[in-house]
Design a protein around this ligand. Structure first.
Ligand code: GYE
Length: 355
C-alpha cells in the first residue's frame, strides 16, 4: 500500500523531469490513489525501532534488475549512468545491475538470477535480437514484466515483453545516407563514383541491423559499398578493421562507422595510414550516437557528421514502471526523437551535450 502511494508521488515528479523527445510518451499514470491512507502510515510512532523501519522501507522499494549489454562505448557508459542515477532509493528503487560484457549467455544468466531473486521488473538491453524466447518465457511464467530498452528482441510471441523504448535505427541509417547525398551535392560530387566502407556494430544487434539496412535502402546509383565488417562497437576493433580496409582498398571516399567509438578508431587508422579525413580531408567520416567526444572530433576537423542516438533511457523506463505500477498501460513500441549533427553545427551544440 505504501508502495503505491510512493509510486503516485513519483509519477508526478517523473512527469516533470522527463526528457523531451521521448516520442509517443507512455500513457499518463493512473489517477492519484487518493483513497490510500498515506497519513496513517506516514505517522509511524517515533519510538519504532530503526532496523524495523529500514526493513519496511526496503520492502517498499521497487526492485529492478537491469541486464546491460556491456561497457563497449561512450553511449553505453552514458546509458548505464542514466539508469544508475534514476534507479536509486530516493526514487523508490533498488537496482540490481549486471554488465554482460557483450555476451548473450551472460545476459541470459543475469535474467535467470533476477528471476530467482524475485525482482519486480526486468529491464533488458539485448545484445542481439534472436535467442530470447526461452528465458523470456521463464520470466513471464514467474510473473515478472520485462521492459526492453535500447535494442529489440526478435521473438515469436510479443507478449514475452511489456514494451520497448529506444532509437529508430533504420531511420538513423536513412538519415546518414540522406546527409551524404546532400553533402556530395553541395560539394559538386553528386555524379562522382563514391566508394564506401562500413564498420558495422555487433552483428545481429538492432543498432547494427537497422543502421545497415537504413543506409543500404538509400544508396545512390553512383555509390559502391566496397566492404562491411564488424568492429563490435569498440574503438580498438574499429581501428583494426579500418586498418585492413585501408590496406585492401586504395580509394575509399567514405567510411560509415555504426557508432562514434568505431569512428574514433577509424580516424586513428586513417591518420596512421598517412591520409586525412573530415570536411577538409580525403575520407568522409559518418558516424552514429552523437556523444560529446564526437563533437570534439568534428571541431578538430576529423569527423563529418554524427547521427544522434539518445542513451538516456533511465527516466523513460522509470516512467514506464510508474505507469504500470499505477495500473496504466504503455505503448508497445516507443521511439525517441533524434537529430543529425554535421560538423558545422558542432561548436554551437557541444555545450549542450551532457554525455
Ligand atoms: O550506438 C553503440 C552501443 O545499441 C544504440 O550500442 C546502441 C548502440 C550504440 O555500443 O555505441
Amino acid at each position: 500500500m505504501k508502495r503505491k502511494v510512493l509510486s503516485v508521488l513519483l509519477s508526478a515528479a517523473m512527469a516533470a523531469t522527463l526528457m523531451t523527445g521521448c516520442g509517443q510518451a507512455t500513457s499518463e499514470p493512473a489517477p492519484a490513489a487518493t483513497e490510500e491512507a498515506a497519513p496513517a502510515e506516514e505517522a509511524a510512532p517515533a519510538e519504532e525501532a530503526a532496523p524495523a523501519e529500514e526493513a519496511a522501507a526496503e520492502g517498499d522499494l521497487i526492485v529492478v534488475g537491469y541486464a546491460q549489454v556491456g561497457a563497449e562505448s561512450d553511449w553505453r557508459t552514458a546509458n548505464t549512468e542514466s539508469f544508475k542515477t534514476e534507479f536509486v532509493e530516493a526514487n523508490g528503487y533498488k537496482l540490481i545491475f549486471d554488465d554482460a560484457q557483450q555476451k548473450q549467455e551472460n545476459q541470459i544468466k543475469a535474467i535467470r538470477s533476477f528471476i530467482q531473486q524475485e525482482v519486480d521488473y526486468i529491464v533488458l538491453a539485448p545484445v542481439v535480437e534472436t535467442g530470447w524466447d526461452t528465458v523470456l518465457q521463464e520470466a513471464k511464467e514467474a510473473g515478472i514484466p520485462v521492459i526492453l530498452s535500447d535494442r529489440m528482441v526478435d521473438v515469436a510471441d510479443d507478449s514475452l515483453y511489456e514494451c520497448w523504448v529506444g532509437g529508430n535505427f533504420v531511420k538513423e541509417g536513412e538519415d546518414a545516407a540522406g546527409w551524404l547525398s546532400e553533402y556530395l551535392t553541395t560539394q559538386g560530387r553528386a555524379d562522382e563514383a563514391i566508394n564506401i566502407v562500413t564498420l558495422q556494430g555487433t552483428i545481429g544487434a538492432s543498432a547494427q541491423v537497422g543502421r545497415t539496412e537504413g543506409f543500404a535502402s538509400k544508396m545512390a546509383d553512383t555509390w559502391t559499398m566496397l566492404d562491411m565488417q564488424t568492429g563490435e562497437f569498440t574503438q580498438s576493433k574499429g581501428q583494426e578493421v579500418m586498418e585492413s580496409f585501408l590496406k585492401q582498398y586504395p580509394d575509399i571516399d567514405v567510411v560509415v562507422a555504426e557508432n562514434d567509438n568505431m569512428a574514433f578508431g577509424a580516424i586513428d587508422a586513417i591518420k596512421a595510414a598517412g591520409k586525412t579525413c573530415g570536411p577538409e580531408g580525403d575520407v568522409i567520416v559518418i558516424s552514429f550516437d552523437a556523444v560529446k567526444a564526437a563533437f570534439e572530433s568534428m571541431i578538430a576537423g576529423d569527423m563529418n557528421v554524427t547521427v544522434e542516438c539518445n542513451p538516456l533511457h533511465g527516466p523513460r523506463v522509470s516512467e514506464i514502471i510508474q505507469t504500470l505500477e499505477g495500473g496504466g498501460t504503455v505503448d508497445k513500441v516507443m521511439y525517441v526523437d533524434e537529430g543529425v549533427f554535421p560538423a558545422e553545427t558542432a561548436a554551437d551544440i557541444i555545450g549542450e551535450r551532457a554525455y
